[in-house]
Design a protein around this ligand. Structure first.
Ligand SMILES: *[C@@H]1O[C@H](CO)[C@@H](O)[C@H](O)[C@H]1NC(C)=O
Ligand SMILES: *[C@@H]1O[C@H](CO)[C@@H](O)[C@H](O)[C@H]1NC(C)=O
Ligand SMILES: *[C@@H]1O[C@H](CO)[C@@H](O)[C@H](O)[C@H]1NC(C)=O
Ligand SMILES: *[C@@H]1O[C@H](CO)[C@@H](O)[C@H](O)[C@H]1NC(C)=O
Ligand SMILES: *[C@@H]1O[C@H](CO)[C@@H](O)[C@H](O)[C@H]1NC(C)=O
Ligand SMILES: *[C@@H]1O[C@H](CO)[C@@H](O)[C@H](O)[C@H]1NC(C)=O
Ligand SMILES: *[C@@H]1O[C@H](CO)[C@@H](O)[C@H](O)[C@H]1NC(C)=O
Ligand SMILES: *[C@@H]1O[C@H](CO)[C@@H](O)[C@H](O)[C@H]1NC(C)=O
Length: 883
């Protein structure tokens, strides 16, 4: 009898787990040619003892049938299922690679309810043998009952489960049983016919080493309500896993002579001394679990050996496609590496030899914010999680590591692109569980509906911040809307939607003296949505501390708005923190002056004494720009000066008009000098202008923005404004340019800006001042100029200018001006007081843009003269600051 319990699983053996989790040895199992169970098996259970409730039996039966059932719960999708657990077992196959069975069913059941105290092993063996023999069952006086007799065949598993009530005689031999939680023994059921009998026992009390409580941890309570039964389930299923992979002791066994197997190579889930194998916690039901079964049953299962990843697992590891790069185009999302990463706790180590790569690319993003939800990548391992600015690995990168799952530093990358790589080495320690991060690519236009302060002077309208997929809810917002009602006159606010994070994000309403009137947080629907009847000035402040929420919206009605005229300049909050000048390498200025000997030609087009090269030669050598309707060449005039020749691709009917306008306006120092016009035999038109050595402003801002410091930018704004003033005010009839963009502004060697690109220019359609058309043409130039100011501030053009034409987007402009991220980072701010300059510049830009869509007759529209004097003040602010 002494050998009966030899194959027991005890926690003394489990302790050896530590040896190979250290990562030094290359522990593994190999197949020794023995019998594996590859056919469908049935599990026959002998319920031993009186300590069973029917609910206990059901939990145990369901655990067996859950192993290979195809029905899994989808609800607890983060949690491994018993089916996942069995998939690990199914990676073990015989010499023909036939895996172990994919069907485990229940077989016969018998119940022994006789005297349970001071049993001897002989008695157990006798009872065990009897369930195979009908006539011997009768000898138990009703203490042994079977639905069906156990049958001997190759595809049966026989399992005795002892309830906690079963006691054994206190002899040395039987003591062994109490040291173990499960095991197996050979039993000769009939003469010469031996079977393997498995057994597992329920712990007798909390001090029993087979009890989860004995190992005390963050364990909340048993998943099926009975700590004893729930402790037993794991041992029982581990027995079954071992039986199919190693029935005769020469199946899958370790090579190192330690006799380790699939189920005893890993620590039990409640083993605490080595690391902290995590459990899911259901605090409502006061229970812990780590796998789920059928019908909502939850269990705590031991880890089993995953030969593929050479580590302990509850579920096969998800591996990533090495060398495949996943491109993420959503502005918001999360990434994870490793497996089953709960937000606070990974359940098992990640696989070795992984290389997963992601690229986040969100072209309009100003920065990408990362929040590390969980990080367990051991610091002393070869593994790493790398986050880089932009795609290339030579870019700025951070390597993130943490042994404890926590990583306090969240960060943002000032880039529209990010590259993330997760790489793991040959050996992964059991403590390395993986990581999860979330990211938000934040564009200025995204933040636009909020951030900063918006003043409202109109009677009614809609305000709010509404998130959508392309427009995420952002953490750290601080925005104000000021409804300017005359003191004492009613102001009504009706909220139509509020769904913001309760207790963290707030929507607070203040009166003119900043007394809080109301403060909302959370979800409001239907009749709960607040309606406020207030008066005078009302301020709505929205602040967020989370990125979880949908936002809010409200309609307002100001019965008597304050006359906006008196408050032309609106305060925009600009928080200027230290702006770091990016070390963008200078692109070589490609416009080096090359003088060439000119080949004289009998020119039919020698207006104003110009001799031109043949166009063909110029095309090849000196093309300096191309637009949809024209190509521009550099050429040298007879006096040796450089000129630009614009060749129109399409013959425009208005050529004569344009010529006239250009001739009239080119006396201004900030309008490109028009030198002449010619036409070739094919009717193609050529316009000749002065040559601007530094090319257009757009290019300069984009590629050489750091050379355009704030003084230069303000000078450019002033010069162009002055050019527009000349067109609008001093020409008779007035001229509107119609296409004021940075592409149509050119810089000479001394950074003097000149307005060109008169292709869309026209006389204002009527001199009748009341004519709304005229206003809109004028306003259009001013609107464009406003956008140009924004571009000068940001150092890059607005994508899709047209979208800023409707009123809704005005708020986005607010943002463009209101957030430090949106001011060209390549330049440093020379002095604190420059803030005022920025504020003012922002005000002017906003005023220009704001007014163009205002439909109420344009009375408040800025005149270019006012804009110019505003810009002069800005210049003054900057020069006093830097002086
Ligand atoms: C079990 O055996 C021990 C001695 O081995 C004895 O002290 C005890 O009384 C017995 N219990 C019962 C219920 O027979
Ligand atoms: C079944 O049990 C009876 C009574 O214990 C015994 O006489 C008989 O030999 C057993 N049958 C077999 C096949 O062992
Ligand atoms: C939850 O269960 C644990 C262990 O059984 C117990 O100590 C604790 O008091 C229980 N908590 C609640 C809230 O029921
Ligand atoms: C993940 O862990 C957190 C904190 O322990 C817990 O609130 C959450 O329910 C867990 N998730 C799952 C799926 O169990
Ligand atoms: C704001 O509310 C406070 C307290 O209700 C009141 O004393 C104060 O006069 C109010 N201010 C305005 C401008 O209505
Ligand atoms: C709103 O009220 C809550 C408490 O009710 C407070 O914690 C929070 O700071 C308030 N928010 C604002 C913006 O006043
Ligand atoms: C607010 O004013 C509107 C319009 O005068 C009225 O219908 C509504 O009942 C008022 N609500 C409250 C809460 O006073
Ligand atoms: C509130 O917003 C959350 C997202 O933050 C969403 O899951 C939830 O369904 C929303 N509730 C309602 C009633 O719209």
């Amino acid at each position: 009898m002494a050998g009966f319990f030899l194959m027991g699983t005890s926690l003394f053996i489990l302790a050896q787990f530590q040896c190979f989790s250290s990562g030094e040895s290359s522990f593994g199992l190999s197949y020794h040619g023995g019998k594996l169970m590859t056919e469908p098996v049935s599990v026959n259970i002998l319920w031993f003892g009186t300590g069973w409730q029917e609910s206990d039996r059901e939990a145990i039966r369901k655990s067996v049938t859950s192993l290979t059932s195809s029905q899994y719960l989808v609800k607890d999708s983060e949690v491994p299922t018993l089916g996942n657990w069995w998939e690990i077992i199914r990676q073990y196959g015989d010499s023909n690679n036939v895996p172990v069975t994919d069907r485990v069913d229940l077989g016969a059941e018998c119940f022994y309810t006789g005297p349970e105290l001071n049993m001897t092993l002989d008695q157990v063996v006798y009872i065990g043998r009897s369930v195979f023999n009908k006539s011997s069952i009768k000898g138990f006086d009703g203490n042994l009952n079977c639905y069906r007799l156990f049958e001997v065949n190759d595809n049966s598993i026989y399992h005795i489960v002892f309830s906690y009530t079963v006691m054994f005689l206190d002899s040395k031999e039987q003591r062994q049983l109490m040291d173990m939680c499960s095991g197996s023994f050979q039993l000769e059921v009939f003469a010469g016919l031996k079977v393997n009998i498995l057994w597992a026992r329920a712990p007798q009390n909390a001090a029993d080493q087979c009890s989860m409580l004995f190992h005390g941890n963050s364990y909340l309570g048993p998943p099926n309500g009975d700590e004893k039964v729930d402790s037993l389930v794991g041992y029982m299923l581990a027995n079954i896993a071992e039986e199919v992979t190693n029935q005769d002791g020469s199946g899958w066994v370790s090579n190192d002579g330690s006799g380790m197997t699939v189920s005893n190579s890993c620590a039990s889930p409640f083993w605490r001394d080595n690391g902290d194998p995590p459990l899911f916690r259901d605090t409502e039901k006061n229970m812990s679990f780590n796998v789920v079964g059928l019908n909502g049953y939850r269990y705590i299962m031991p880890y089993v050996w995953d030969q593929k990843t050479r580590n302990c697992a509850l579920k096969l590891s998800e591996t990533c496609e090495t060398n495949a790069m996943v491109i993420l185009k959503e502005p918001k999302g999360y990434l994870r590496g490793g497996i089953i990463v709960n937000h606070s706790n990974g359940l098992q180590p990640y696989p070795p030899n992984q290389k997963c790569r992601w690229a986040i690319h969100y072209p309009t993003a100003k920065f990408i914010r990362f929040t590390i939800n969980y990080l367990s990548v051991a610091a002393d391992s070869d593994d790493h999680l790398l986050i880089c600015k932009a795609k290339s690995k030579s870019a700025e990168c951070s390597t993130l590591k943490s042994n404890n799952g926590r990583y306090e530093k969240n960060f943002k990358l000032m880039s529209s692109k990010a590259y993330i790589e997760f790489r793991t080495g040959d050996q992964v320690s059991f403590e390395s569980r993986g990581w999860e991060l979330s990211y938000t690519a934040v564009s200025c236009t995204m933040l636009g509906l909020c951030y900063g302060k918006e003043n409202l002077y109109k009677h009614d309208g809609n305000i709010g911040y509404v998130a959508s997929t392309s427009f995420p809810y952002v953490e750290g917002l601080k925005c104000l809307w000021v409804l300017h009602g005359k003191p004492g006159t009613p102001v009504f606010i009706t909220f139509t939607h509020i769904n913001i994070s309760k207790g963290l994000d707030f929507l607070a309403i203040y009166n003119g003296t900043m007394q809080q009137i109301a403060n909302f947080s959370g979800l409001f629907t239907g009749s709960d949505l607040p309606q406020l009847n207030l008066s005078g000035e009302v301020i709505i402040a929205f602040t967020t501390q989370t990125d979880q929420g949908e936002g809010w919206s409200a309609n307002f009605y100001i019965t008597h708005p304050v006359n906006h005229d008196k408050k032309v300049f609106v305060v925009i909050l600009i928080v200027v923190l230290a702006l770091i000048a990016a070390s963008v390498s200078l692109l070589a200025v490609a416009l080096a002056v090359v003088r060439k000997k000119l080949e004289r030609k009998n020119a039919t087009d020698s207006d104003e004494g110009l001799i031109l090269m043949s166009i063909e030669a110029i095309q090849v050598e000196n093309r300096i720009g191309e637009g949809p309707s024209a190509v521009v060449y550099r050429a040298v005039s007879t006096d040796g000066g450089l000129v630009a020749i614009k060749s129109l691709k399409v013959i425009a009917a208005e050529t004569e008009l344009q010529q006239e306008i250009m001739a009239k306006s080119s006396s201004h120092p900030n309008i490109i000098s028009f030198l002449g016009h010619s036409q070739d035999g094919l009717g193609r038109h050529y316009f000749v202008f002065e040559y601007m050595g530094r090319g257009d402003l757009s290019l300069n801002l984009r590629q050489r923005g750091e050379t355009l410091d704030w003084d230069k930018r303000i000078a450019i704004a002033l010069q162009i404004c002055s050019a527009i003033q000349m067109l609008h005010m001093y020409l008779k009839p007035p001229v509107y340019h119609g296409n004021i963009t940075s592409e149509n502004i050119f810089l000479d060697e001394f950074y003097n800006a000149k307005l060109g690109g008169f292709g869309a220019a026209n006389y204002c359609s009527s001199s009748n001042r009341a004519n709304p058309e005229q206003l809109s043409e004028m306003a259009e130039d001013i609107w464009s100029f406003g956008l140009l100011l924004v571009e000068l501030l940001r150092g890059e053009p607005l994508v899709d200018r047209e979208t800023y034409k409707n009123s809704r987007r005005l708020e986005e402009i607010n943002e463009l001006l209101g957030s430090q991220e949106c001011i060209d980072r390549r330049l440093t701010i020379p002095h604190e007081t420059c803030k005022m300059g920025f504020v003012k510049l922002g005000e002017i830009a906003k005023w220009c843009i704001d007014s163009s869509w205002r439909v109420e007759g344009g009375k408040n529209n800025p005149k270019i003269g006012d804009v110019l004097s505003g810009l002069k003040q800005v210049k003054l602010l900057f020069s006093t600051a830097s002086g």
